[in-house]
Ligand binder design. Structure first.
Ligand code: ZN
Length: 176
């Protein structure tokens, strides 16, 4: 249901232009397209990220020991963190969330820790609080969706996803 009609979105002050509702199992989550932020299409292999030490090899950024002859570059996650340009925007709100915020945020942080340990490009950039709403920004749309699914699975509530196909940005809203 990647609708091209913006009618329902327009009334939604929190959803910016270019975002359309998508299903939780939308095909975009199956695509294994590398993060094109600061387009690193022709990166030589192996390359090591000079910021976090992740190694680009066989088309993926992975944790590991960089060979001595490795090229140096900055990985998309470090670029996004440096530029404060997230790929995922996760908004958490509602009475239940406010009442259990500490526990829920521990859960979120823990999930990120495990994801990041396996995937260098899945990281939380920042957590911001405003009027009882918490915004978690991430370097990966998959991490934002994964956290949303995790919270929905653990606590129920309402989970909504909006995707901006042009800029490949995902907004995840969880209300409970
Ligand atoms: Zn890096």
């Amino acid at each position: 249901m990647r609708s091209t009609k913006g009618v329902t979105i327009m009334s939604h002050a929190t959803i910016s232009d270019g975002f359309f509702p998508i299903a939780r199992r939308d095909g975009i989550f199956k695509e294994r397209v590398p993060d094109a932020y600061k387009s690193q299409v022709n990166l030589s292999e192996p390359t090591v990220c000079s910021q976090c030490g992740a190694v680009f090899n066989q088309g993926h950024w992975q944790w590991g020991q960089a060979p001595e002859n490795a090229h140096e570059a900055i990985c998309p996650a470090c670029h996004r963190i440096h530029d404060h340009y997230p790929a995922g925007f996760l908004t958490l709100k509602g009475e239940f969330f406010r009442a259990h915020r500490e526990e829920i945020m521990r859960f979120v942080r823990n999930h990120e820790k495990h994801q990041r340990a396996e995937h260098p490009l899945k990281r939380i950039i920042a957590v911001e609080q405003k009027n009882g709403t918490t915004l978690v920004t991430t370097t990966s749309i998959h991490l934002a969706r994964g956290i949303g699914e995790l919270l929905h699975h653990a606590y129920q509530g309402v989970l909504k996803l909006h995707f901006n196909a042009e800029q490949k940005l995902l907004r995840v809203n969880w209300t409970h």
